[in-house]
Design a protein around this ligand. Structure first.
Ligand code: GDP
Length: 524
């Protein structure tokens, strides 16, 4: 094995953020093909459409054609080891995505050139911005007629408020897409041209030397004019500003036709940050430190129905992991031996023996981990920063259809709640189970998984509550509970009120000023 330093510095760990249908699956697949991680085009795609045999562990993904769980893909390219963290596209699962974004060092944002910036992309962009994550932009589907490239850059600036630096520039688009002018490599890459003739090197002035049929096309002249405009009035390239998340390098291309993807990958690897230090209760932790540490950002049960296991996804933040090593779980102070671990490539899991800062490993979880847990190899315990928590806005009362199935029902609820997709509450007076979520689809996934993985049919009834507020001081008169202000306990036994609406919340606060309420999201 190379020296730890070299290993860590070769890692590039990112997530792709986009609105559904912008081309995330297609781009991921092309990247994996370059890295030799998959042999056939269609592997990732097939996973999504459900034709891929080994991926049918998540029935609901097949039925809905949406990706509801994050997975991790790894490949080597040009001396780099790349980790791509997949994120669910559907907005009901944005909580999962937000947590995944805590585990990356950069993000790739895909924009459909015809649609421009879409809602979900904007939301995820804002999270990256807030966290200072460097963003690389891939404007996709240039083989189709879309918005003009200048219009798209203006949108980035106006809607997102981020400055951009186009690394390349399209020559025409749609039926008249001729290729890209690559400012970074100072060459033109032609669309649908055989490999030996695809690239044309440019002179120092950035022009094609001598005669070339491309020069006869008015789209080429138009592109040159636009490039001149960019050179004069556009933003300057700055690696520092890219790293601070202030400037996004922009790449144009077409994932489906595999055009501009390799160029993108190579430039991305050159400029994307290596594993970054992460804040902890003992200050920022250097990824190059010899001491192993990491945090759990996701827990998933039963990825493979053949094994009834749970996997805790750990981002390694410092040092290196070795199979069988002994570590401490900071929350409990208890030692754990990391005997079984797993690495991910789409759904083919293989065992990992060694991994370093920047990598993601899956740990078999017999029920000891919680989302946000820190694991350290040192004697000194510390905790990484808390992960973003969402306040649920939808609530259902849940019971088992068959009372004989209580045991399975409780087990299923406990495990699925620990994954973090739904939150569990118990009414203080009547001991009923309530589930809270950010999106309706999370309940549907819950119901489906209870049935398929725990063999329990559940009954879910919607309750009117929409707002959850925790109570600062747990000493509370239970009689303040009513249908409009329902007193509940969360799974850590912290008390909270569920209110029907803003009006009920204000009314309650007016009547009971001594009760101090808070929203955990305001404290992040
Ligand atoms: P995701 O929902 O973001 O994962 O998007 P997909 O990768 O599944 O792509 C959505 C649709 O757009 C699919 O029908 C793709 O074939 C299509 N698509 C993706 N990239 C391109 C592209 O470069 N050009 C065109 N014309 N279609 C594309």
């Amino acid at each position: 094995m190379k020296k730890l330093n070299e290993e860590v510095l070769s890692r590039r760990t990112f997530a792709i953020i986009s609105h559904p249908d912008a081309g995330k699956t297609t781009l991921t697949e092309k990247l994996l093909l370059f890295g030799g991680a998959i042999r056939d085009a269609g592997t990732v795609k097939a996973k999504k459409t459900g034709k891929f045999a080994t991926s049918d562990w998540m029935e609901i993904e097949k039925q809905r054609g949406i990706s509801v769980t994050s997975s991790v893909m790894q490949f080597d390219y040009d001396g780099f080891r790349v980790n791509i963290l997949d994120t669910p596209g559907h907005q009901d699962f944005s909580e999962d995505t937000y947590r995944t974004l805590t585990a990356v060092d950069s993000a790739v944002m895909i924009i459909d050139s015809a649609k421009g910036i879409e809602e979900q992309t904007l939301k995820l962009f804002k999270v990256c911005r807030m966290r200072g994550i460097p963003i690389f932009t891939f404007i996709n589907k240039l083989d189709r007629q879309g918005k003009s490239p200048l219009e798209l850059l203006a949108e980035l600036e106006e809607v997102m408020g981020i400055e951009s630096y186009p690394m390349n520039w399209p020559i025409g688009m749609g039926k008249e897409f001729l290729g890209i002018y690559d400012r970074f490599h100072n060459r033109v890459e032609q669309f649908r041209v055989e490999e030996d003739e695809r690239f044309i090197s440019l002179t120092e002035d950035g022009e094609i030397a001598g005669d070339h049929k491309l020069k006869e096309n008015s789209l080429y002249d138009q592109m040159l004019e636009e490039i001149m405009l960019l050179n004069e009035a556009g933003n300057e390239f700055s690696e520092e500003r890219i790293n601070n998340g202030e400037l996004t390098p922009v790449f144009f291309g077409s994932a489906l036709t595999n055009f501009g993807v390799q160029t993108f990958l190579e430039a991305y690897l050159k400029f994307a940050p290596e594993p970054q230090p992460r804040n902890s209760t003992s200050g920022p932790v250097d990824p190059l430190s010899e001491d192993f540490s990491g945090f759990v950002f996701k827990i998933q049960a039963n990825m493979n129905p053949a094994h009834r296991d749970r996997i805790a996804f750990l981002r390694i933040c410092s040092g290196s992991f070795e199979r069988g090593m002994s570590v401490t779980l900071s929350r409990t102070g208890k030692p754990i031996k990391l005997a079984q671990s797993t690495q991910f490539m789409a759904d083919d899991r293989s065992t990992v023996d060694e991994a370093v800062a920047g990598d993601i490993i899956g740990l078999y979880d017999p029920g000891v981990y919680q989302i946000g847990d820190t694991i350290v190899s040192e004697k000194e315990l510390f905790h990484y920063e808390k992960l973003p928590q969402f306040t649920p806005e939808l609530f259902v009362r849940v019971t088992a259809k068959n009372v004989m199935k209580q045991k399975h029902f409780h087990k299923g609820i406990q495990q699925l709640v620990q994954e973090g997709a739904i939150q569990l509450f118990k009414t203080v007076k009547t001991d009923e189970y309530l589930l809270g979520a950010v999106g309706q689809l999370q309940f549907e996934v819950f119901e489906h998984r209870m049935k398929n993985e725990y063999n329990v049919e559940v009954i879910m009834e919607r309750v009117g509550s929409k707002i959850a507020r925790w109570i600062e001081n747990d000493e509370i008169n239970d009689n303040l509970s009513s249908s409009r202000s329902l007193l509940v306990k969360d799974r850590f036994d912290k008390k909270a009120f569920l209110f029907e609406n803003e009006f009920a919340l204000r009314w309650f606060q007016d009547k009971n000023p001594e009760v101090k309420l808070y929203n955990p999201m305001d404290m992040q």
